[in-house]
Design a protein around this ligand. Structure first.
Ligand SMILES: Cc1cc2nc3c(=O)[nH]c(=O)nc-3n(C[C@H](O)[C@H](O)[C@H](O)COP(=O)(O)O)c2cc1C
Length: 284
């Protein structure tokens, strides 16, 4: 999945939005768009199809103010006719798979079952449910029972997103929800091996060990990929770099130094220095 792209931005030819819809570097890759105007959403989906993406994901779950203000993302969950018009327009325009990502709804009105039915009827190929309300943000526990409820009601694949962090939670969510697949968000930050661990680990959470060298290679790869991103040094990139050493010895010192990285050389030196120390410790 790409990052979340504004359909209006794409239609306007906005440079930042078009950059997010760059030619896919690997496959399969879906573009994820938000917006509230059926015509713009259909046009954005068409652009993604023409650019070589493998499918389009319509976001109906993002709670960010900038997205809600434009009546996109989770705002669609309190305007079901509009949500349906968006899915209808996109489905009628593109031939590749159309999926929808949603939440439970708003605290005062959980509309996920209604929206799920509408989206399926409109011809969507799959739905991802992040079972929290918009008001909940990312707090509290994801309501896995709601995923099971949706799954039992629909015929198209239902994917679950929320609180999967290791092989134990992975097996548990598959068992509890009967879902067709899962997404991992926060559990993958600084832990790109979590996907392999889930597939190879068992219900007890026992999993293949992550070696210090694997961590080093992963964070250096992150650094290399970062080089391709304009305006790359943000609190977000620093937080990602910090996350790679979570739970390791001397992590606090590393995290403090990584909080204000501003160029590649300093970042590379910090990482190389830290891992040299770790390797020395392991040799002792
Ligand atoms: C920093 C951050 C950015 C996110 N961006 C998106 C996004 O662009 N599109 C989306 O569908 N979900 C997005 N999500 C939500 C996640 O996909 C996921 O549904 C949610 O975090 C719950 O799963 P988790 O417990 O595995 O993190 C984001 C979450 C976080 C924490």
């Amino acid at each position: 999945m790409t990052g979340l792209i504004s359909a209006e931005g794409l239609v306007r030819g906005d440079h930042g939005s078009l950059r997010l819809l760059a030619e896919p570097a690997g496959h399969p890759l879906f573009a994820q768009i938000f917006g509230a105007e059926p015509k713009s959403m259909a046009m954005a989906a068409y652009l993604a199809e023409q650019t070589g993406y493998d499918g389009i994901d319509i976001n109906a779950g993002c709670p960010a103010y900038s997205v809600i203000r434009a009546h996109g993302g989770a705002d669609l969950m309190r305007d079901l006719p509009r949500a349906l018009a968006v899915v209808d327009a996109v489905r009628g325009t593109v031939k590749f798979p159309v999926t929808v990502k949603m939440r439970l709804g708003w605290e005062e009105q959980k509309t996920y079952l209604q929206l799920g039915r509408l989206v399926e009827k409109a011809g969507a190929d799959a739905i991802t449910l992040h079972p929290r309300t918009v008001n909940q943000g990312y707090g509290g526990k994801a309501d896995w029972a709601a995923v099971q409820q949706l799954k039992r009601q629909l015929n198209i694949p239902v994917l679950a997103s929320g609180d999967v962090i290791d092989s134990a939670s992975y097996h548990q969510i598959l068992h509890d929800t009967e879902c067709d697949g899962i997404l991992i968000g926060r559990g993958a930050i600084g832990r790109p091996w979590v996907f392999r661990q889930c597939l190879e680990g068992d219900e007890s959470g026992r999993r293949p060990l992550v070696k210090t060298d694997d961590r080093k290679r992963a964070v250096l790869r992150y650094l290399t990929l970062l080089l391709k991103v304009p305006d790359r040094w943000t609190p977000y990139s620093n937080r990602h770099i910090q996350a790679f050493v979570k739970g390791m010895p001397n992590a606090t010192k590393f995290r403090r130094a990584a909080a204000c990285l501003g160029n590649w050389e300093t970042a590379n030196n910090l990482i190389q220095g830290y891992f040299e120390q770790m390797e020395e410790r392991e040799r002792e």
